[in-house]
Design a protein around this ligand. Structure first.
Ligand code: ZN
Ligand code: ZN
Length: 186
């Protein structure tokens, strides 16, 4: 069975080199849905507690919320960074506190100090799904990701071949056979 969690992400981007109106900088509230597949853990009668999926996924997704997302070759990138430098906010500001943990993958690099994500490919809904899967595939048994942004929407399904040992009292993944929340030992 699957547990499903949805996130709202508010961000600005543009499609550099695209001939439509999306070549101009603009913003969205994107809606990302992650479906996690596993057996139903009988102790809690759940696949996985959705608030735990939220916690795990949000630790990286936070980087996309209230952020600017630009492709690595977009000339806006050095232009924006030059302004942030001049203002002294490139490496953070006292009010920039709702930050995710920085990450770097082959597809994207997050700079939470200046609320920027730099991507290898254009950040379309398809591009976002690739980035998110890559970031979370080792942490969650992701079976499907859906992303909608304005009128654009895409989804991708992934084969799930493993099962995760979970705590029968908390439902969360055991770490070396021990529940990190309640101390249950398998
Ligand atoms: Zn857009
Ligand atoms: Zn537990």
């Amino acid at each position: 069975m699957r547990s499903r969690t949805t996130f709202d992400l508010q961000y600005a981007h543009r499609f550099y080199g695209f001939r439509g109106e999306a070549q101009y900088l603009h913003g969205h509230t994107g809606v990302l849905t992650i479906e996690v597949e596993d057996s139903v853990e009988p102790g809690v009668n759940m696949v996985f507690p959705c608030n735990e999926i939220q916690k795990t996924a949000w630790s990286v997704l936070k980087n996309f919320d209230h952020a600017l997302i630009l492709r690595e070759d977009d000339p806006l990138l050095p232009a924006v960074l030059a302004v942030y430098d001049k203002q002294g906010i490139r490496n953070g500001a006292p009010t920039n506190t709702m930050k995710g943990e920085a990450f770097k993958t082959a597809l994207a690099t997050a700079y939470p100090d200046c609320r920027l994500v730099v991507t290898k490919e254009t950040m379309t809904v398809e591009g976002m799904i690739k980035i998110v899967y890559d970031l979370l595939k080792d942490k969650l048994n992701i079976a499907k990701i859906t992303f909608t942004s304005g009128v654009n929407a895409a989804s991708e399904e992934y084969p799930v071949t493993r099962t995760v040992d979970r705590c029968p009292a908390c439902g969360i993944a055991l770490v070396n056979g021990v529940c990190p929340k309640c101390g249950y030992k398998k």
